[in-house]
Structure formats: structure tokens, C-alpha cells
Design a protein around this ligand. Structure first.
Ligand code: ATP
Ligand code: MG
Length: 573
């Protein structure tokens, strides 16, 4: 492709709404343009990157026994009612009606469609197992579409679904998909981790996520530097922690005491006021779970884990209450709440089970209780793990100190079990002629998000640095002086020779200053640059520069095509 003909409208300035690097660079380098919030056009360069990601995904899905299909984006409401998700999916689902007022969803995921599809035509165990997949646009009306392609409202997903006779079959397919996902992200060239994950709205029994490590990520992975343990923070199990205060050393429980604490509200202030560590305080949070007020109780220095809390309460919507609700239900504002004498159900973190003469709000503005002890002064509904694990806590497998890192979720796999086949009556006849529910799995990869995640991991101050496997073009040829006939001719020859070698190459034939051409080549992130300049040309050579290195190699013009071909080939191995 000649650069003069390539549609890659670069920008000098990026819109201020582009907060993270991938969003900024993909806009600046002319890869994407916004159509509306969370909805983007992919320009030629982006389209090539996406096609490469899709190709890798396809190859690995096919290798794992997958068969590619294409299902409708428009999905009838009735199917979603059968699974019970028409309501559950809530505002995230784009809904529309036809001229007859029939309701439809724009597919956010395809469990319903595929379960009904397979159920209609699979009767016998002989037709199983089945592994079907598609690569297609998905639609989710995200509360906060942001970060460009990372959290879009229209995005490209590869979704696969497995159907088996039994759980053993599901285990086999799940393992195959896990292996395939590992190969996909390794081949793309990403630094990632597979972690244990929450099943969320998709449901089922077990799940893993594939997390690209990047500071801008919305997720946190907790991992053990010493063993294989890795989990999404959302579900990482917390230990019992150290004891919060001195009383745990067998000291007796001291009498409950109410103390005036004028103006002391935050955990930090109250701890300073009493001259105790934050761990000696109780953090009392008023939450509204599906409309009902409940109290969550944690050690003062801990954070509530909302996923664990939601699971414990089995609720759909969990919100933090406001100050007005605090006054209404507890009789005091934030900063003065506590579990003593409260009529709301109290869910306590298991770390505070041992009574330890703690400090908490007295449900009266400006007052705190001292020497509060669970069991004696208040009785929770349950002591359960409802907090976030913190760095340095012992690994649940090997007890080494845990570490954490920010990450972007690029894929997730789920053991669905019979969740959908039960709801939608997807059955088959087993060997004995008995009707059985199909056992399902579901497997997603965010294709467009993966492109952005790759940029988050591979850039420098000059632009994108694509991993070779997904670069839109592998090589760019830049003649330094576009008016110099010899340079242009040499560039043109090399271009033709590289094309013959089936190398994807850009020829910067534009009448631009060398600085502009180099800047653009760096910005769009082409891995290899061949520069044709006067000095090296005299010696029968050209310059070869790898985008990710500073050094320049001088290569004989006569062998440049085979040299580049070998280089690209060796990267594949
Ligand atoms: P998230 O927790 O980030 O909202 P999810 O867990 O709801 O994602 P899944 O249902 O597991 O997403 O979808 C499979 C994959 O699709 C995800 O791993 C992610 O890579 C991608 N994906 C999900 N939502 C979006 C989105 N709004 N924009 C781009 N990609 C997305
Ligand atoms: Mg997910």
C-alpha cells in the first residue's frame, strides 16, 4: 500500500475526553473515529489489526474443534424471558421494537439464541459434544462508556458455546478453551495472566478471566509471586488477618463506654483522636440491597468487596446509602454509624469475629463507643469474608505474601452447567434413551478491547509499538528525499520485492519532509522501518530500524527482502 493512498487521518491534538493512551493514540494515529459515545468506526489500519486478531482467534478456535457460525444480533424478547434475563439484564440491554410493537434486544451476549438454536436440532447424545463460535458486534448500554475501545457500547466479541452430555465433557471443553485462550494471547504477544473470576450476570459454577497487565486497567488481579495463584480481586479469598488490637492476646473485655467525639468523622480522624491504629476501629457501611437497608461491618483499615457482599446477600443491585438515608435508618450521619443497638441486619467481616475492644460510631452525631465487642454488644447475622484482600497478606495456597496489579479483562470463560438448558429446556436423549439437560460452557474474547489493550502495553512517547503478530503492516519503506529519483526507484524496487515475499508493506511515497514521514511511521507503530538515504545508498545499503529498538542496522539492498522475510518468520516461531 502506498501511504499517499492510505486513509489514515492523523491528528495533532486529541480530544480531551480521551483519558488513556490507547484511546489517545488510536485517535491520533487515524485508527478510529467516534460516531457516538462508546460507538466507533474502524479506519483501514484498525481494520487490519482487528482482522489479524480475529484470524489468530479463528485459528485457535478451529484447532480446539470449534465451528464458526453467525447468529442474529436482533434477538426476540421471548427467548430472554425464557432464561429469565429480560429483567435481570436491566438497563445495560439495548431494546427496540418493530412496527408491530414486538420487543427485541440487540445481543449483549448469545446464550439464549444459541441454546434455542442447538435445542431445536440436537436430539441425541450422538450429536454431542458441540462447540460453536462466532465473531460479531455486541451491544451493551454501559453506564459509563469510556476509554475508547476498552468500554464501548458497540464492540466486537468472539463468543463460543459448548454443549456436552455431562460435566466430564464440559470439563474437557473448558480445558480446551482455556488452552486455546492461552495460545491466543501468547501469539498476539501480550503480557497477561489467567485468573479465577466471578461468574457475574452470565451465571454458572466456575470462571476464569484473561487479564492484560496495564496500569490503566479497571480491574485488579491479586497474585502470588511464589506460586500459580492468581485471582480477580473481586473474588480473591481473604484470610482472617492479624488480630486488630491488644485485647486479642487474652485480655479481658472492657466495659462499653460512650465518648464524645465532636467533629470526628472519618476513620483517619477518629483513629487520630483516640490515638489508636485504624485497625482498632469498626467501619460501618450502610448499604441498600435491592431496596432494603443493611449494614456491612469491617475493620477500619479494610475496603468492602461489593461482589462478595452481593453474593452473600444474593441481591441484584447494591448501592451505598446517602447521608439522608443514614439519618433515616440509623439516626446519625456518616462517620457516627455503628452496629450497637441498631435494628438493621448487620453483616460482619469474619476478621472482626474475635472480640477486641474496638471503637465505632454510636448512631448519634458526635459520639463514639469505645470497647465494642462482637457477641456482647451486637450480634451480626453472619461473619463472612466481605473485604478486599490487600498486598502482603498470605497466599491461600502457599502463604507467601500476595501482590497485586492493575489489568484489563480481554477474555472470560464460564462453566455454565445447566443454567440455560434448564431454564430453556434444552435436552437430549442419552445412551440409555433417558432425557438429559445439556451441560454448557460459554467463552468470550473482546476483540476490539484486545486491540486497545495491546496499545496500552506497547507504546512510547512517539506512538504505538505494535507486536509483530497484529501490526497493520509489518514494514514501512521511507525514502528520505522524495525528490531524489534514485531513492524513489530503490524504494519502489524494494517495495515490489517485499510484496513478492507476501510481506505486508507500506511505501511512504508522499512528498513530505523526512521528519514528517518518520513521525508518522512511529505514530502508527509499524514494527520495521526501511530507510533509504543518500549515504547508505552509495554503499549499496539501506537502514533497517526496529520500532522497539534505537539501533539501526545497515543491510545490503540485494538481500533486504530475504533478510526481512527471515526476521518475520523467526518471530513466528
Ligand atoms: P466487564 O466486566 O469489563 O464489563 P464483562 O465481564 O461484562 O466485561 P463478558 O460478558 O465476559 O464481559 O464479555 C466477554 C469479553 O468481551 C470481555 O472479556 C471483554 O474483553 C469484552 N467486553 C465486555 N464488555 C465490553 C465493552 N463494553 N467494550 C469492549 N469490550 C467488552
Ligand atoms: Mg467478563
Amino acid at each position: 500500500m502506498k501511504t499517499s493512498e492510505l486513509f489514515f487521518p492523523t491528528l495533532r491534538e486529541v480530544p480531551s475526553e480521551a483519558e488513556i493512551v490507547s484511546h489517545q493514540l488510536l485517535l491520533r494515529a487515524g485508527y478510529i473515529r467516534k460516531a457516538s459515545g462508546g460507538v466507533y468506526s474502524y479506519l483501514p489500519l484498525a481494520n487490519r489489526v482487528l482482522k489479524k486478531i480475529m484470524q489468530i482467534v479463528r485459528e485457535e478456535m478451529d484447532m480446539a474443534g470449534g465451528q464458526e457460525i453467525m447468529m442474529p444480533i436482533i434477538q426476540p424478547k421471548e427467548l430472554w424471558e425464557q432464561s429469565g434475563r429480560w429483567e435481570v439484564y436491566g438497563d445495560e440491554m439495548f431494546r427496540l421494537s418493530d412496527r408491530h410493537e414486538r420487543l427485541f434486544a440487540l445481543g449483549p451476549t448469545h446464550e439464549e439464541i444459541i441454546t434455542s438454536l442447538v435445542n431445536a436440532d440436537v436430539y441425541s447424545y450422538r450429536d454431542l459434544p458441540l462447540l460453536l463460535y462466532q465473531i460479531q458486534n455486541k451491544y451493551r448500554d454501559e453506564i459509563r462508556p469510556r476509554f475508547g475501545l476498552i468500554r464501548g457500547r458497540e464492540f466486537i466479541m468472539k463468543d463460543a458455546y459448548s454443549f456436552d452430555e455431562d460435566y466430564e465433557g464440559l470439563e474437557t471443553n473448558y480445558q480446551k478453551m482455556m488452552d486455546a485462550y492461552n495460545r491466543v494471547f501468547t501469539r498476539i504477544g501480550l503480557r497477561y495472566r489467567m485468573v479465577e473470576a466471578d461468574n457475574g450476570a452470565i451465571g454458572g459454577t466456575e470462571s476464569h478471566e484473561f487479564m492484560v497487565l496495564a496500569e490503566s486497567g479497571e480491574n485488579t488481579v491479586v497474585y502470588c509471586p511464589n506460586c500459580n495463584y492468581a485471582s480477580n480481586l473481586e473474588i480473591a479469598a481473604a484470610g482472617n488477618g492479624e488480630k486488630a488490637g491488644s485485647a486479642s492476646n487474652g485480655t479481658s473485655l472492657l466495659p462499653l463506654q460512650k465518648t464524645a467525639t465532636p467533629g470526628q468523622k472519618s476513620i483517619k480522624d477518629v483513629a487520630a483522636f483516640f490515638k489508636v491504629p485504624e485497625a482498632k476501629l469498626l467501619k460501618t457501611l450502610l448499604l441498600i440491597a435491592d431496596g432494603e437497608p443493611v449494614i456491612a461491618l469491617l475493620r477500619g483499615d479494610r475496603e468492602l468487596n461489593e461482589i462478595k457482599m452481593k453474593r452473600l446477600l444474593r441481591c441484584g443491585v447494591l448501592l451505598m446509602a446517602g447521608d439522608t438515608e443514614a439519618k433515616q435508618y440509623c439516626g446519625a450521619g456518616f462517620g457516627s454509624l455503628g452496629p450497637v443497638g441498631i435494628s438493621l441486619p448487620v453483616y460482619a467481616d469474619k476478621e472482626i469475629e474475635t472480640p477486641e475492644n474496638l471503637i465505632c460510631g454510636a448512631n448519634e452525631d458526635g459520639f463514639h463507643y469505645v470497647n465494642v465487642n462482637a457477641g456482647r454488644d451486637f450480634t451480626p447475622v453472619v461473619f463472612e469474608d466481605i473485604r478486599n484482600v490487600t498486598d502482603g497478606e498470605p497466599c491461600p495456597l502457599c502463604s507467601s505474601p500476595l501482590a497485586s496489579a492493575r489489568s484489563i479483562e480481554v477474555g472470560q470463560i464460564f462453566k455454565l452447567g445447566v443454567k440455560y438448558s434448564e431454564a430453556m429446556e434444552a435436552v437430549f436423549l442419552n445412551k440409555e434413551g433417558v432425557s438429559r439437560k445439556m451441560v454448557m460452557g460459554s467463552y468470550g474474547i473482546g476483540v476490539s478491547r484486545t486491540m486497545a489493550a495491546a496499545v496500552e502495553q506497547n507504546y512510547d512517547e512517539n506512538g504505538i509499538v505494535w507486536p509483530l503478530a497484529i501490526a497493520p503492516y509489518q514494514v514501512i519503506i521511507v525514502p528520505v528525499n522524495s525528490k531524489n529519483e534514485e531513492q524513489i526507484k530503490t524504494a519502489g524496487d524494494i517495495y515490489e520485492r517485499l510484496l513478492k515475499q507476501k510481506i505486508e508493506v507500506l511505501f511512504d511515497d508522499r512528498d513530505e519532509r523526512p521528519g514528517v514521514k518518520f513521525k508518522d511511521a512511529d505514530l502508527i507503530g509499524i514494527p520495521l522501518r526501511i530507510t533509504i538515504g543518500p549515504k547508505s545508498l552509495q554503499a549499496g545499503r539501506v537502514e533497517l530500524k526496529k520500532r522497539w529498538l534505537d539501533e539501526i542496522e545497515l543491510i545490503d539492498i540485494s538481500v533486504i527482502d530475504s533478510y526481512v522475510a527471515d526476521l518475520l518468520q523467526s518471530d513466528k516461531k
